[in-house]
Design a protein. Structure first.
Length: 643
């Protein structure tokens, strides 16, 4: 340990204290301070610092400069007014104050029986850097007179011990303690249109989404995904409440104003705990330069957060020069329409973007995601799933480490009953992104298709620990239902009445709990909000069954069935819900037919099938045991392959 002025520095326990209180430093700033302190007053070159602090990465010198600036700001000035860290122009840095090791400072000067001369006690700094004093004559050591063999033996043992300690201090590498990579939790809110001009309103959410995508590649910050912040685009910002809801300590908020071809964007980066503005900036630019905004805002946010970038991360913050202004605007419009649930029009916008900019990986990834959503929720059919797979493949061929493309493609594989392809994609993504909430969630989603229910819960709960808002309004933790934990399932749903999918699932949970009246109300409300969504149609059919209007329910399901067959839709978990609805209204043959289709197309959650009360009406059907055996075999094969 070291002391200087009012500070106490303990590298082994990764602790810097000022006036007895711990001082927070980023991992790289701490490592730089450790190198400087251990080198004492010796000049430390920039090359040595870069080599020791970033041994396995290529980083720009600006990273070093930023971290030195952070240290100076945290340390302040020494009592004599000088900086603790001195810059030696073109050379490097030097720790400019005297250091002391607390464990080497004695409360009183050592007394000896015989002194050759009177000397003043050594200064703390001298004690810290002087080599251990070894007396020339063994008879005079700290006032002891060695006149016996036992004394010589004891001295020899002490000398050996001292040499051992010196060896350990000089040669042993410092203990390596794991340091969390994610130091900041950041939410980028949709940008607010000052003028509320309808022709420019579409920019608000996509601009934030673009910045989120950029910052998602920076390992030292956890950025909330776009779907988590989408709802705040039209709300009055209450910073403490919003930060608590999103579980973040930092917010990036922005406004924009468009006048013809001129655009002004203003941003602020706010530390929620201290109310400090870490960075603020205004960008005045021509509308056709809109693409540069995401890069500039992302780079300024990195500087404001005092993050350290690897060479690869820095490269991902740079603009894609192959994207024309028109292609980028189509891309932004497509992202905005996707967020609003208008998948057919979003597809048209993103197709135009990829036509104009065929090398734009993000446009291909979002086009694939939109095809998948349209195929699943709007019964878009097999054709859209095929187009989605091709779009994802194109995105990954252009940018192999495109994390969004991997996530979206894995989701599409699961939706189409190919969980054996989804799981390797996601596990590979976790190797480089172990704290990516959406990857954990999608892995849990895949596991539930295969009937690995405990593993599914573990991954989804891990995702919610990292980000409590992960997939909150676009998915549900169905595995709780499959395990029979109905109360837990209902508590996991967001408290909202304006998202059709969530209201449907609330109705399903209430139905499982035996609260038919509440379930019916929720099913009806979900259908009223979105009568084209498959889940809402299934919920309405179950609601009609609760009212014993089985003929109306059957007509609705048969119409849905014809639409699915016509378009070649594939979503085996959704097909299972159709089987449940047919079972509810007493159409056992149709229920068996859809259960077979669900299992054969890739929903083989075998443990759930044996406990689902909605399947009770068809368990005596002759074909039922054969279908359950098919599911069991694939479930066992999946278990053997991946666990």
């Amino acid at each position: 340990m070291y002391e200087f002025s009012r500070f106490r520095f303990d590298p082994e326990n990764h602790l810097l204290e000022g006036d007895g209180r711990p001082i927070a430093l980023t991992p790289k700033a701490f490592e730089i301070l450790q190198v400087l302190v251990q080198n004492g007053n010796r000049l430390t070159s920039k090359e040595e610092l870069m080599r020791r602090v970033w041994p396995d990465s290529f980083v720009e010198e600006a990273n070093l400069t930023v971290n030195i600036s952070v240290l100076r700001r945290q340390l302040g000035e020494a009592p004599d007014g000088q900086q603790y860290i001195e810059t030696v122009p073109t050379k490097g840095y030097r720790f400019a104050v005297l250091l002391a090791r607390p464990n080497q400072i004695q409360s009183e000067p050592v007394r000896t029986e015989e002194r050759e001369s009177e000397q003043a006690p050594a200064s703390p700094a001298a004690l810290a850097i002087a080599p251990a004093a070894i007396p020339a004559q063994p008879e005079k050591v700290r006032g002891w007179k060695w006149r016996s063999r036992s004394g010589l033996i004891l001295l020899s043992l002490l000398a050996v011990l001292l040499l051992g300690l010196l060896y350990r201090a000089h040669w042993r590498k410092p203990a390596q303690h794991p340091i969390p990579k994610l130091q900041r939790r950041l939410a980028v809110l949709p940008f607010q249109n000052i003028r509320h001009d309808a022709s420019a309103d579409f920019l608000g959410f996509p601009l934030a989404d673009a910045v989120i995508t950029k910052l998602g590649y920076v390992s030292e910050v956890s950025v909330r995904p776009s779907y988590a912040v989408q709802k705040y685009g039209s709300q009055t910002i209450d910073i403490p409440k919003l930060a608590a809801d999103l579980n973040v300590d930092t917010l990036l908020i922005g406004t924009f104003l468009r006048e013809g071809e001129n655009l002004r964007i203003a941003c602020q980066l706010i530390d929620v705990k201290t109310d400090d503005i870490l960075w603020r900036g205004v960008f005045d630019l021509k509308y056709d330069k809109l693409l540069t905004v995401q890069d500039e805002v992302a780079q300024k946010a990195v500087q404001g957060l005092e993050l350290t970038l690897t060479g690869s991360e820095a490269g991902k913050l740079r603009t894609n020069p192959n994207v024309s202004p028109a292609a980028y605007e189509y891309y932004l419009r497509g992202v905005d329409l996707y967020a609003k649930g208008d998948f057919p029009l979003a597809i048209k916008m993103l197709e135009k973007s990829t036509d104009l900019a065929p090398q734009f990986a993000s446009a291909w990834a979002n086009l694939g995601r939109t095809y998948t959503a349209n195929a699943s929720f709007q019964v878009g059919g097999r054709n859209h799933y095929d187009k989605a797979e091709a779009a994802f493949a194109r995105a990954l061929s252009l940018q192999p480490d495109e994390i969004d493309a991997r996530i979206y493609m894995a989701n599409m594989f699961t939706d189409t009953g190919r969980v054996e392809k989804a799981v390797p994609l996601l596990r590979e993504a976790l190797k480089s992104n172990p704290n990516h909430a959406e990857v954990h969630w999608e892995l849990g989603y895949a596991y539930r298709f295969a009937g690995m229910l405990q593993e599914s819960v573990a991954e989804c709960e891990r995702a919610r620990q990292i980000d409590p808002g992960v997939k909150l309004n676009s998915s549900a933790l169905n595995t709780y239902l499959y395990l029979g934990e109905y109360d837990r399932f209902l508590r996991s749903l967001p408290r909202t009445d304006d998202v059709a999918l969530i209201v449907f699932y609330r109705g399903l949970g209430e139905y499982y709990e035996g609260n038919a009246r509440a379930a019916q109300a929720d099913f009806d409300h979900s259908f009223a909000m979105d009568s084209s969504m498959l889940q809402a149609i299934v919920g309405k059919a179950i609601s009609l069954g609760i009212q014993h209007d089985n003929s109306a329910a059957a007509a609705m399901l048969q119409k849905l069935e014809a639409k699915i067959n016509d378009r070649g839709m594939v979503d085996p978990e959704a097909m299972y819900k159709i089987a449940q609805a047919y079972a509810k209204i007493g159409d056992r043959k149709s229920a068996i037919r859809w259960l077979r289709r669900s299992i054969e197309d890739g929903f083989f959650s075998y443990p759930y099938f044996g406990t689902d009360p909605l399947l009770i009406p068809i368990r005596n059907e002759s074909e039922y045991p054969l279908l359950i055996e098919i599911a069991r075999k694939r479930h066992d094969s999946f278990n053997a392959s991946f666990f």
